[in-house]
Design a protein. Structure first.
Lengths: 591, 310
């Protein structure tokens, strides 16, 4: 799992420093203007420009003067309760049965020999839950209002003092209620499936004669070797993404439940900068086509990567300072891809006057390299060797730096800001899993909002198609981005259509022998792609709201990130409710 | 009676402030259009009517005459193409007017998965009624429409007549001042029809105003104070039922216990006054009366053949 820098912005940073608020307000403003213009055009066609303008202004005015202020919670609750009952009596809970049956047999199809079962089990259940919830939200939300209109039950609703805002809100809350109920069941079932499938211990199979090492029995398709200290305490090596603590109880060695996989690490991220080959401030090297934020340092040179951490509190750590690396290597040797690359790490105060002794180790590529240093450590203070206390000498005001160098000549070490983080005390896996479920709930809620909104002006099946389009654009919006930016070769839809019969590979330039036609095709494609991209930017990016990787990789899902997702969901709820209001307000229920 | 003038401009009319006028339409017109905005049918042409407080007003007309369209325009279910409709002096599209309206649609369009109690509770909530009031009203209305034994059955199990009754109950849940009844006796048996008509009259006696739209001419004749007759979207007749139906130059006498001799004398007397006896015979009861008598008799003496049968 590689976090992108935006994922560890805190809530205020995202909202105020990184355009979160402006982005939302911008979309709201553009949509308001577009909505007003469309409304005005339609009203003008019906009533003429002046009457049309009055009509649209009246609808907008009534939203703020009557329809929002005079909303009644009792009416909203009545419609919500009705939606809930309707769904339950239409046997929507069969979906729960499908899930239960699915999860009962899911174990048969998951690879028991997977390198990291937690990273297989958790995404499987969370993804299955997500898609099932999407499906349920889709069909629940899109058919109710069109059905009420077509079988005319709506006559008896809108002839009561019910406001359009109440109909939308009631429907959304009702369906969200059904979704919550199902999600609760899914969540509990998924949790049990994961924990029952993964949590285990082993029996000790053999212990060496000196009593300091041994091996466990093969259980859950794997064994561990372990080492012990003189007191009989120790841990096993990491196999399948987890370790076990081994302890001597009543003179007998006991292997406890596993650690490291069903957990929620609390990474604390720092800011990354580089020094160049001369040891002065510089930039990291680019070894080819890589992400912009992922850079390399050269081995056996003065190049280094420096992470600066701020606001670190001693209370987040107990006896050791834990930190994780996920460094990658780029080799310029031919032939040898096995020998690991050496790394040197030191901790330094911000003013550079105090630094720890250097720690050297070999990089574990593609794995999280877990390290820890004692808080009482040796180092250099004012150019003299000294015994140091981490928080009083190095991180005086909670700020310090970690300096990383690559030791081997001709090798390069790659890193991004998120590749080194401090591991504060771990949070509970259960709470992290719950946050994952909350995250699914938020995405389900967004789908419900769009479904109900579309159903206020489209028939049921068409509303389904429209909502599916939102989901697809939301899940695969990155594909549109890649197409627009030209990252994906082969051009847009028209160019692709032309290439198909010509059997022209997407890697080559389009060559029709006529530049004018080629430019026309590219022009049309640009028009289509930019329109789709514009649409995509006003729709929810469901892909980036996906958080199952956090849970699967045992990383605490930051509350700040969840709060951002909640804010986005509320934003889309407001947007869809306003659009739905206009359609409910201006459509003839008996038309 | 002539057709009412239609030359009222679209923008000029506004509601009169007379509180005794419950519904007022001014040059109300409706054209149904297709998806492309092309005219499909002109369902209503410049209708001007008023429904006054405390009366039962009937809308009559054959299928497609514009009755239902008129009702839907008054309730804000449709928007007028021309003219305006006012209810309680407010635009028909104003949601606030619905607080004082009860509406029984042509067929009881209700949620079939709810039972009678749930249905009334749901509609009561839509009027923002507190739970105690909802319970009390629902209890009263369920008893009134005779669904005590079926209160817990889902509406999908109801017969057409029972659905009509619960439909009427939901229309009365807010104790409306103005009641719109679209074909209220459809699907009801003769007893149900009579009860419905009696109820409508009782509601008028309680001071409610009722707009009734029906194909059943007898129903309209029995209960309505005034009627409007529509045909092909045009208002053809408007006035009091009694004056519309009164045959001015015919006198009707109902007498009991006359012998043949007396009848002859009456005929002679009429002839002497230059009158003409159009018809003189024993009246027949209506099928409705006969049916109701038989059912009442059967309820009083269960298991026996009706005394009316011979």
């Amino acid at each position: 799992m590689r976090l992108t820098p935006d994922q560890f912005w805190n809530y205020q940073e995202w909202l105020f420093n990184h355009w979160g608020l402006l982005w939302g307000l911008g979309i709201a403003l553009i949509l308001s203007i577009v909505g007003f213009l469309i409304g005005f055009l339609v009203a003008t066609l019906k009533h003429g420009p002046s009457e049309g303008f009055l009509q649209v202004s009246k609808v907008i005015g009534e939203l703020f003067t009557i329809d929002i202020p005079k909303m009644s919670f009792r009416r909203v609750f009545a419609i919500a309760k009705l939606s809930f009952k309707e769904a339950i009596r239409n046997k929507v809970l069969i979906v729960v049965l499908v899930f239960v049956i699915g999860i009962m047999f899911a174990g048969w199809f998951l690879d028991r020999n997977a390198a990291n079962p937690a990273q297989l089990y958790i995404p499987t259940v969370l993804t299955a839950t997500s898609y099932l919830m999407f499906l349920m939200a889709l069909f629940l939300s899109t058919f109710s209002i069109p059905r009420d209109i077509s079988n005319r039950v709506m006559y008896t609703i809108v002839t009561k003092p019910v406001r359009p805002t109440e109909i939308f809100l009631g429907r959304v809350l009702g369906f969200a209620g059904v979704g919550t109920l199902c999600l609760l069941v899914f969540g509990v079932m998924s949790y049990m499936f994961v924990v029952r499938g993964l949590r285990h211990s082993h029996e000790v199979a053999a212990v060496q004669a000196n009593g300091l090492a041994g091996e466990t029995k093969k259980e859950h398709n794997h064994t561990h070797t372990f080492t012990l200290d003189e007191t009989g305490e120790g841990t096993t090596e990491t196999v399948k993404g987890h370790r076990h603590i081994v302890r001597k109880v009543d003179g007998k060695l006991v292997v406890l439940d596993q650690v490291d996989d069903l957990t929620a690490r609390n990474p604390i991220y720092g800011m990354l900068r580089f020094t160049g080959r001369d040891g002065e401030e510089g930039i990291g090297l680019n070894v080819g086509y890589m992400s912009e934020y992922h850079k390399y340092i050269e081995g056996d040179s003065l190049m280094s990567a420096v992470w600066r951490f701020d606001g670190i509190r001693p209370s987040s750590f107990s006896e050791t300072l834990n930190f994780d690396f996920t460094l990658s290597a780029f080799r310029t040797y031919k032939g040898d891809i096995v020998t690991p690359v050496g790394v040197e790490v030191k901790f330094r105060s911000i003013d550079g006057k105090v630094e720890s002794d250097r720690i050297q180790f070999k990089v574990k590529e593609f794995l999280i390299d877990q390290k820890s240093i004692p808080l009482k450590l040796k180092g250099i203070k004012d150019l003299q060797p000294a015994d140091l206390d981490f928080f009083t000498d190095i991180a005086k005001d909670g700020s310090f730096e970690i300096v990383v160098r690559c030791l081997d000549r001709g090798q390069y070490l790659g890193m991004a800001a998120a590749d080194c983080y401090l591991r504060a005390k771990e949070s509970s896996f259960e709470w992290n899993f719950t946050k994952g479920i909350i995250s699914i709930w938020l995405r389900m809620f967004i789908v419900i909002c769009f479904g109900v909104m579309f159903s206020t002006f489209l028939s049921g099946p068409v509303a389904v198609i429209a909502t599916v389009s939102v989901i697809v654009l939301g899940m695969f919006g990155w594909f549109v981005d890649d197409l627009v930016s030209g990252k994906l070769a082969g051009g847009g839809p028209v160019e692709a259509l032309v290439r198909l019969p010509l059997q022209s590979g997407s890697g080559t330039e389009l060559d029709l022998g006529n530049e004018v036609i080629e430019n026309v095709i590219r022009g049309i494609d640009k028009g289509i792609l930019y329109s789709v991209a514009a649409l995509k930017y006003s729709l929810p990016d469901l892909y980036s709201l996906e958080t199952s990787e956090f849970i699967a990789h045992g990383v605490n899902l930051f509350e700040g990130l969840l709060a951002r997702h909640l804010t986005i969901a509320i934003g889309y709820f407001l947007m869809t409710s306003i659009i739905a209001y206009f359609f409910l307000k201006t459509r003839e229920m008996a038309g | 009676m002539s057709t009412v003038a239609t030359a009222v401009s679209n923008s000029a009319p506004s509601s009169t402030s007379n509180p005794d006028i419950i519904v007022e339409t001014r040059s109300l017109g409706k054209i149904y259009r297709d998806f492309w905005g092309r005219k499909k049918v002109q369902a209503l042409k410049s209708l001007d009517i008023e429904v006054r407080r405390g009366e039962i007003f009937g809308l009559l007309g054959p299928n497609g005459s514009g009755k239902s369209t008129t009702i839907k325009l008054m309730l804000g279910l449709l928007f007028p193409t021309s003219g305006r409709a006012f209810v309680f002096g407010k635009e028909a599209t104003d949601v606030a007017k619905n607080e004082r309206i009860g509406y029984l649609p042509e067929e009881s369009y209700l949620y079939k998965f709810l039972n009678a109690e749930e249905t009334l509770d749901f509609y009561g909530r839509l009027f923002d009624m507190p739970a105690s009031v909802r319970r009390e009203r629902a209890e009263h209305l369920i008893n009134m429409v005779g669904l005590q034994k079926h209160r817990r059955r889902q509406l999908k199990e109801y017969s057409k007549g029972m659905t009509r009754r619960i439909g009427l109950a939901q229309a009365l849940i807010n104790e409306p001042e103005f009641l719109v009844l679209d074909e209220p006796t459809t699907g009801l048996d003769p007893i149900g029809t009579r009860e419905m008509k009696d109820l409508i009259v009782r509601l008028r006696e309680q001071g409610k105003t009722i707009l009734l739209c029906s194909h059943q001419l007898a129903d309209v004749q029995d209960v309505c104070d005034r009627v409007a007759i529509l045909h092909q979207g045009d208002l053809k007749e408007l006035g009091r039922v009694d004056s519309l139906l009164k045959v001015q130059d015919v006198t009707q006498i109902h007498a009991k216990g006359l012998d043949e001799n007396t009848k002859t004398q009456i005929r002679e007397l009429i002839a002497k006054a230059n009158g003409e006896v159009v018809k003189m015979d024993n009246p027949t009861t209506t099928m409705e009366e006969l049916f109701l008598d038989i059912v009442r008799d059967s309820e009083n003496r269960p298991g026996r053949r009706s005394s009316n049968a011979n």
